[in-house]
Design a protein around this ligand. Structure first.
Ligand code: SF4
Ligand code: SF4
Length: 291
């Protein structure tokens, strides 16, 4: 697949555009570098469609979809997919509304890779939280219901770190799809370890020294930290070019890369129940809140 120009189509469904903003905040490489420079000799990415970033508009912009080579483009979905009619209309053709659900089903079936960018696309996220008036669902749920078997990789986060998006795309393309995934379809290179394993405040947890409020220097377990059940490399990579991350800044990890986000991750400042803490030799309990 990775030769010449690799088309990426970025659809926005039920979401807040935060994943796109995060993608634009990439530094090494920056988004312009990623889209202009060759990532392998003779091969570069082409962002064929992005509703926020592209110059095209109206019916002409939607014609891009018809020109994509079947089986040879990457579909990146930001946001979750609504079941209800007339939610998330992306444009009109000959006066007919085109919904993101209709276009997603078409493109997901034709793509060589489906990326669920952000927790809304990967697991439903905030739009799928109660009361979910649009009937929002994760991309994988919609694909399974419609018999779509395109390889699916999840890059959750609310938003995902820009490096997580870039690393996943480049790893997938440069290895021909040989990317190790965890049981939730996330690249292990990014989501292979618990936040709690690498947290700088872990010695306080082990000694039972807990913050009474966000901003205190001790472990944030008692003010709702979800680090013990959350898989991501935030403590190692940090955000904003390695400057800081949630816990280091004094706020609890909210578990934004997990299927539990947002239903079971709230109230945000409520201590995790004892039975959700991993015991010695156990993996963290990972649930799901797709409905
Ligand atoms: S509970 Fe949170 S703040 Fe405490 S050590 Fe674990 S990840 Fe760090
Ligand atoms: S520390 Fe937790 S809430 Fe913050 S970005 Fe990382 S996974 Fe998300």
């Amino acid at each position: 697949m990775a030769s010449g120009e690799v088309n990426i189509v970025w659809l926005q469904a039920g979401g807040c555009t935060g994943c796109s903003v995060s993608f634009l905040n990439a530094i090494h490489p920056s988004a312009p570098d990623l889209l202009i420079e060759q990532f392998l000799p003779g091969t570069h990415l082409s962002l064929s469609y992005h509703p926020t970033l592209m110059a095209g508009q109206g019916e002409g912009a939607l014609q891009v979809f018809d020109q994509l080579p079947d089986g040879d483009f990457v579909l990146a979905l930001e946001g979750s997919i609504p079941r209800k009619e007339h939610f998330c209309t992306i444009g009109e053709v000959n006066g007919r509304e085109i919904t993101v659900t209709e276009k997603f089903l078409d493109l997901a079936d034709r793509a060589s890779l489906m990326l669920g960018v952000g927790t809304c696309a990967a697991f439903g996220g905030i739009p799928a939280g109660c009361p979910n008036p649009g009937g929002y669902r994760a991309a994988g749920v919609v694909m399974e219901e419609n018999g779509i078997e395109t390889p699916l990789v999840h890059v959750p986060g609310c938003p995902p770190h820009p490096d997580w998006i870039n690393t996943t795309i480049l790893e997938y393309l440069s290895t021909g799809g040989d990317v190790a995934l965890d049981p939730l379809g996330r690249p292990e290179i990014i989501y292979g370890q618990l936040i709690h394993e690498n947290c700088q405040r872990r010695p306080y947890f082990d000694e039972g020294k807990f913050a009474e409020k966000p901003g205190d220097p001790e472990c944030l377990h008692k003010v709702g930290c979800k680090g013990p059940i959350t898989y991501a490399d935030c403590p190692l990579r940090e955000w904003n070019d390695g400057l800081n991350w949630c816990v280091k800044a004094g706020g609890p990890c909210q578990g934004c890369t997990q299927p539990e986000f947002i239903e079971e991750a709230t109230p945000i400042y409520q201590e995790l129940a004892e039975d959700r803490l991993p015991k010695i030799g156990e993996q963290a309990k990972v649930g799901g809140t797709d409905e």
